[in-house]
Ligand binder design. Structure first.
Ligand code: NDP
Ligand code: MG
Length: 384
């Protein structure tokens, strides 16, 4: 029996993870759940799974919390509460399914406490990849990816000599605007953006998928997770989203991972690894698939990809700054304050304005993140 903490249980990944656990009650037990402010859903989840610990990071919910959970449930509050909860000795594995930069500090605390990590969040690795991977190595902690592309690469590399890797093909469905012309992109609405053709996800990652910044973040995520230079990571548009990524070795052999488009599959694998468990989540029906298509991404229409490669080649604090400016720009777009195409413009400007710190400490990362968010907000305010 593995004791699992789900950090961000009220989100899209968190809810899928609970379904996986519900189907495998004899193998996985929920010992901790967390949300930011959705305490109604969190308390419904707590009634169903009876975890001994819950955490709510938005402290303004504190008073209401006490009435919503059973007496014997230990309630943690705020960011500090979350940091304490992930380190609890009863936890074997922590699923990090919080969106955005908020995942970084709990991630580091979970590593310090020697927990195995199932990693859905990508922003923390983009912000502080070197630092996180150094810590994971020092603690001998395993980080098992949940993001479908990284899970695919992890599986394709398994049992192979990484030194013999030639390149990685990171696949991308291309999002809802794959066929849009450049002049159409400026007029895109929030509602159009939230209609992803293949995946049902949280708002932030859905917008990132539409700008293709999601793929840019994944280039950085793969670079740190697998210790591979970004020049070896190629983005490949594959609209059917059946192949979740591929690796090519020096002998010309390419290994691909294919499965149904359902996040419960990589979540379950991250929980059961190295074992494989049967499930009801479907599989690829090769007789029904007529064709699989591939194309090169168009960086003129989707220039966020270029920003990510720039951040990957410069490194230091630049990936963190790119990620922070993206987070603020996406929030502004969702509030209707900036156009879809301005997301790129704001990030580009903030990156231009940044003086990079090489080999950053955690303090440098936190400072750069705050600086980039302030800078992005200022640029957005001035443009309005
Ligand atoms: P959602 O927006 O659906 O859920 C986010 C979760 O994080 C919620 O539980 C939310 O709580 C919580 N949360 C939000 N802000 C904070 C905060 N400041 N402190 C603590 N908790 C917070 O996101 P997704 O599930 O879609 O994505 C989660 C992560 O996984 C992202 O990094 C995303 O890029 C990655 N990912 C997602 C995929 C998907 O299919 N959804 C696929 C691959 C990767 P509350 O509900 O109370 O707001
Ligand atoms: Mg992905």
């Amino acid at each position: 029996m593995k004791n699992i903490a789900i950090i961000g249980s009220t989100g899209s990944i968190g809810r899928n993870a609970l379904e996986v656990i519900e189907d495998n009650k004899k193998r996985f037990r929920v010992v901790a759940l967390s949300a930011n402010s959705n305490i109604e859903l969190l308390s419904a989840q707590a009634r169903r799974f009876c975890p001994p610990m819950v955490c709510v990071t938005d402290i303004s919910c504190g008073a209401k919390c006490r009435q919503m959970f059973k007496k014997h449930t230990k309630i943690f509050l705020g960011q500090e509460g979350l940091e304490a909860m992930v380190a609890d000795s009863s936890i074997d594995k922590v699923l990090l399914a919080v969106s955005g930069t908020a995942a970084l500090v709990p991630f580091l605390h979970a590593l310090d406490a020697g927990k195995e990590i199932a990693l859905a969040n990508k922003e923390a690795l983009v912000m502080a990849g070197s630092l996180i991977m150094r810590k994971a190595k020092a603690r001998k902690a395993t980080i098992i990816p949940v993001d479908s592309e990284q899970s695919a690469i992890w599986q394709c590399l398994d049992g192979n000599d990484k030194e013999k890797l030639k390149q990685i093909y990171l696949t991308a469905s291309g999002g809802p605007f794959l066929k849009f012309r450049k002049n159409q992109l400026a007029r895109i609405t929030v509602a159009q953006t939230l209609q992803h053709p293949r995946w049902k996800m949280g708002k932030k990652v859905t917008v990132d998928s539409a700008t293709l910044m999601n793929k840019g973040l994944e280039v950085l995520e793969a670079m740190y997770l697998f210790g591979v230079g970004a020049e070896k990571i190629k983005i490949l548009i594959h609209p059917e989203a059946i192949i979740h990524s591929m690796v090519e070795f020096v002998d010309g052999i390419t290994i691909a991972q294919l499965s149904a488009t359902d996040m419960r599959i990589p979540i379950q694998y991250a929980f059961s690894y190295p074992e494989r468990l049967a499930n009801r989540f479907g599989c690829v029906d090769f007789y029904a698939i007529k064709s699989l298509n591939f194309e090169k991404p168009d960086t003129k229409r989707f220039p966020c990809i270029n920003l990510a490669y720039r951040a990957a080649s410069e490194e230091g604090t630049l990936p963190c700054v790119m990620n922070a400016a993206n987070e603020v720009s996406v929030e502004a777009f969702l509030r209707g304050e900036i156009a879809f195409t301005s997301i790129y413009k704001v990030i580009d400007k903030v990156m231009d304005n940044h003086r990079i710190t090489r080999r950053p400490s955690l303090g440098d990362i936190i400072e750069s993140d705050a600086w980039a968010k302030r800078r992005a907000r200022l640029l957005i305010q001035r443009a309005r």
